[in-house]
Design a protein around this ligand. Structure first.
Ligand SMILES: [Zn+2]
Ligand SMILES: [Zn+2]
Length: 152
């Protein structure tokens, strides 16, 4: 990794830190059941970073799930305190989708709510924001594909 840390993700116990030296590519609220199972929250606020902008410090436990595309989604939690931290998304060339409330300093500004077809009944999505019942809408997925697959 080059450059200086701009944002860090930390677990509850402090044994794990992810240092990130770039702004996120996109920010999304995901309502899918995989994210819900991982984060333990009714919906999951995710900031997607280039994998080479992230450096990992500390031990993690990982769980692999198959995404709908057949690509792996690897979920990482702190090996000590089990705080869920981030997901490595193979379908996005290894992008790191970090749980936004672990990030500091950081202001979460979502561009869309995705997988609303799997939304928890208790959750109400604010009006005026882009929604998709499944994958990110085309204008956002185009950015993700070109940034994560096209950059290097
Ligand atoms: Zn920890
Ligand atoms: Zn999800």
């Amino acid at each position: 990794m080059t450059g200086t840390t701009k944002i860090s993700a930390r677990c509850e116990c402090g044994a794990f830190a992810l240092h990130i030296n770039e702004a996120p590519v996109v920010q999304l609220v995901c309502h899918c059941s995989d994210c819900r199972a991982f984060s333990g929250m009714p919906y999951t606020e995710l900031a997607f970073f280039q994998p080479d902008s992230c450096s990992v410090h500390g031990k993690t436990n990982s769980t692999v799930m198959k995404g709908g595309t057949g690509f792996d989604k690897t979920h990482y939690s702190c090996a000590s305190c089990q705080t869920p931290l981030y997901v490595r998304v193979a379908a996005l060339n290894g992008a790191s989708a970090v749980i936004a409330n672990r990030l500091s300093p950081f202001k979460f500004e979502p561009q869309a709510h995705i997988w609303t077809s799997e939304k928890a009944d208790s959750v109400t999505i604010p009006t005026g924001i882009t929604q998709s019942t499944g994958r990110p809408p085309k204008e956002i997925s185009d950015i993700m594909v070109s940034r994560f697959w096209g950059k290097k």
